[in-house]
Design a protein around this ligand. Sequence first.
Ligand code: ADP
Ligand code: MG
Length: 211
Amino acid sequence: MVGKPEILPDVIALLHGTISNNADELEELDRILGDGDHVVNLLRGLGVLQAKSEDLVRTDWSGAFQVIGLSLMSSVGGASGSLYGTLFLKMGSVLKESELTTSGMADAFSQGVDAMKARGKSDVGEKTMLDVLAPVAQCLTRLSDEGAGRNALLEAMANVALEGVEATRNMVATKGRAAYLGERSVGHVDAGAKSSQVMLCALTDFLVDEA
Ligand code: ADP
Ligand code: MG
């Protein structure tokens, strides 16, 4: 069982702290390839979620993800707000139907990432956050189907996220603001891919049982 969403306030605080700790690098990346507002966007969204922490723990995972999705959609102006909003809205609707197991969560995440692809009209290889999130979704689905344990899943998630962000360095951006730079976007990792990776790695560190 994945458990109740009582952990969400701590996770949101963790992600807020993680983005703050990596703010300089993330802001610089979005300044080089975009408009420099990525950190402000993420912190605004996470701040709104922190303010709603009490509502989140009063509901189930499906309800909590729907509140998160709607909050991100309405509070974060940038592309990242609508994309992350889409991810959580879809996960919320999938979890209404499916069982709350590790593989149910992996499946919900996978369907959420597919919804992001549709929303962004984008896919892997376009130098975006999807270059981290899509391989992570694929890996989680595969490992949970194989019956891998929770720590193995979390550690694989961090490793795949690190590979994903690094892969964006030599890609030419074809979506989002970085697409205006064309070939000049090569040589830096994508800000949205980097922020996804630092959040996923922080989640792994937080959730892995040391026992
Ligand atoms: P904005 O681009 O509107 O300023 P942010 O700076 O918050 O919004 O987010 C930028 C990130 O969003 C990019 O680094 C990229 O990872 C992601 N992104 C932008 N457009 C798309 C898209 N169409 N599909 C997937 N991801 C995208
Ligand atoms: Mg931006």
